[in-house]
Design a protein around this ligand. Sequence first.
Ligand SMILES: O=c1[nH]c(=O)n([C@H]2C[C@H](O)[C@@H](COP(=O)(O)O)O2)cc1CO
Ligand SMILES: [Zn+2]
Length: 145
Amino acid sequence: MKKEDYFMAAACLAAQRSKDASTQVGAVIVNETDNKIVGTGYNGMPAGLDDELPWERGDEKNNYNKKYLYVTHAELNAIVNKNCADVNGCTMYVTLFPCNECAKLIIQSGIRKVIYLSNKYETRTETKASRRMLDQAMVDTQCTK
Ligand SMILES: O=c1[nH]c(=O)n([C@H]2C[C@H](O)[C@@H](COP(=O)(O)O)O2)cc1CO
Ligand SMILES: [Zn+2]
């Protein structure tokens, strides 16, 4: 198995832990120097609030119960779960192309490459803004397909 397939499979496995019935996302951060996983995460509610918050996609009349207000993205969880001092120069394997907020985190944490599986929200403004920032910050982005 190629190493890229191995790390993406690890991201897919992490995604399976997510309770989001609509979209499970998994992320794995890899130190390319020694090919080690230094952080993993999946989309979930903030720690300890798993059973407190709604998973509804909601609509305009039901903003307060939209999951989007509460869910912690897979990329953020992978970064905060890191088991090393920093993730400078690392690669992130993620099952879904990062949103604009995750793009900021990726850039600020020094991750230099993002390998993704799906970009199903490609046409969204958030995704376009993410692409814009990652490109301008010269973070390499590669689709595995
Ligand atoms: O970068 C991301 N990382 C991430 O973890 N997610 C999560 C948030 C939500 O739980 C889910 C998206 O839900 P939905 O497909 O129902 O809109 O994916 C979503 C994105 C980008 O949309
Ligand atoms: Zn995000």
